[in-house]
Design a protein around this ligand. Structure first.
Ligand SMILES: CC(C)(COP(=O)(O)OP(=O)(O)OC[C@H]1O[C@@H](n2cnc3c(N)ncnc32)[C@H](O)[C@@H]1OP(=O)(O)O)[C@@H](O)C(=O)NCCC(=O)NCCS
Length: 429
């Protein structure tokens, strides 16, 4: 239930187990994860992997850092893992229009849904190409599984390279994403093979750690974030069942509650341009230093990840009208969801808060301007996780908590304690 008592928002990511609530302390988190363990299943696959194990949660004698040291690359398995007979591995060239369309179709029909199967992520082709082609990407990390006879694409997993800082340790990692198995091939233990294969290909590039997120609880989250949703088009959100009219609320009161100004309020607010890359890089690098886990971004990364890309990522800077200095910036990415089985609406247009840095403008005002431009661009909803400093504006800007969690994980890197979401400075797409 939203705090303003006006509406109740569903979430798009659906964990099977909710283990934390928003205000849990790290200790409570640890206890709740342990309880989850005793209550629930073993993890036959994840128990074999170099990840923090539930049983070790309270064991503070275990050191932080790498769990298994790297081996010589010559000792990394040289052939792909075995797949069941009818299937074969392929490397997906996302630069090929045809392959990109196949991946798009697989994900559009089989990727993440909410708990009630009302919405499914609908990453666009342009988004997928952007997400998978950062500086230094490896084509071999974009992995598909096809049916040998028909060549139909039935599973997918990807990695991209990233430098992630954990405390003072900057680590070369893979960010693993877009794990998807066709609905007809579920529960056949294909996912562990996909994960082992991407791990093998990552090892072949002499990279030994990874970062990933999931809506499900696995051993062991470094933190668990909650999604919050800010209605921009409340009528549509209610029509499609994303939100409900709050108690004692009418539609007209709801529309009034979420109404935003027609234009942004901060002087010097403008779209980010190529010439802003050095200033934005300085801002984001300094800002991210305060988090325990955050990406280590250079100018090339900022140009790729933060410079606006039509229909994919939007970014705005505040240029001081007096000094022309870039003092703040905000950004969001575009990730629509398909609305499943609705008679009139097929797509929910959602903006997701990305990296935001305020040094002169109050963060609340900057993020209100982000809402205003998102509304101008016809987004239906603005989503944000409770990581970084987002908690400081969510309630005040009329976001309501979603009912899903997003758990963050590191592979082959242990942290002694579960982090608070506000200690995390990493947004994965
Ligand atoms: C996620 C998905 C690929 C898992 O495949 P599946 O057929 O359901 O499961 P499988 O039988 O192949 O494998 C089960 C193992 O994978 C693990 N697993 C399931 N989802 C996972 C995830 N998102 N990330 C990592 N591991 C996952 C399970 O925990 C289990 O391992 P365990 O026994 O150690 O616990 C599949 O359900 C899917 O495509 N879902 C829709 C898209 C999606 O949710 N993708 C993940 C986004 S984070």
């Amino acid at each position: 239930m939203a705090d303003n008592g006006s509406d109740d928002t569903k979430d798009q990511i659906s964990p099977s187990l909710e283990i934390v609530n928003n205000d849990s302390s790290a200790d409570e988190l640890a206890r709740e994860v342990e309880e989850t363990l005793t209550l629930s299943q073993r993890h036959k696959f994840w128990e074999t992997q170099p990840v923090g194990q539930f049983k070790d949660l309270r064991d503070t004698t275990l050191p932080e850092g790498v769990i298994e040291p790297p081996t010589p690359i010559s000792e990394v398995k040289q052939e792909p893992y075995n797949l069941p007979g009818p299937y074969e591995w392929v490397t997906c060239d996302m630069g090929s229009e045809e392959t990109c369309a196949e991946v798009y179709n697989l994900l559009t029909n089989n990727y993440v849904e909410d708990d009630e199967n009302m919405f499914r992520f609908n990453y666009s082709k342009e988004f997928l190409r952007w997400a998978l082609h950062p500086p230094g990407y490896y084509k071999s990390w974009h992995i598909g599984v096809r049916v040998k006879t028909s060549k139909k694409l039935v599973a997918f997993i990807t990695g991209i390279p990233a430098k992630i800082r954990v405390r003072s340790d900057v680590v070369s990692m893979a960010e693993v994403n877009f794990l998807c198995v066709h609905k007809k091939l579920r529960s056949k233990r294909l996912a562990p093979v996909m994960i082992k294969e991407v791990t093998r290909r990552v090892h072949l590039e002499n990279i030994w750690q990874a970062a990933y997120t999931a809506g499900v609880v696995l051993p062991t989250p470094i933190t668990s974030c909650q999604y919050w949703h800010r209605s921009l088009n409340p009528k549509k959100l209610i029509d499609v069942g994303f939100s409900r009219l709050g108690p004692r609320m009418t539609m007209s009161r709801t529309l009034k509650l979420y109404k935003l100004p027609d234009s942004t309020v901060t002087p010097g607010f403008r779209k980010m341009e190529l010439r802003d890359v050095p200033a934005v890089t300085r801002l984001v690098r300094t800002y991210l230093l305060q988090f325990v886990v955050a990406p280590d971004l250079d100018e090339r990364d900022v140009e790729h990840w933060i410079l606006p890309k039509e229909g994919v990522v939007d970014s705005f800077v505040i240029e001081s009208p007096e000094t022309h200095e870039i003092t703040d910036f905000c950004s969001f990415y575009t990730l629509p969801s398909s609305i499943l089985g609705h008679p009139t609406h097929s797509t929910l247009k959602a903006a997701y808060s990305y990296y935001n840095v305020a040094t002169k403008t109050p963060l609340l005002q900057l993020m209100n301007d982000a809402l205003i431009v998102a509304k101008q661009k016809d987004f239906d909803v603005f989503n944000a996780l409770d990581l970084m400093h987002n908690e400081t504006f969510l309630k005040e800007l009329k976001y309501g908590p979603g009912d899903g969690k997003l758990h963050y994980y590191l592979y082959n890197y242990r942290l002694k304690h579960i982090l608070r979401p506000s200690e995390l400075g990493l947004v994965l797409l």
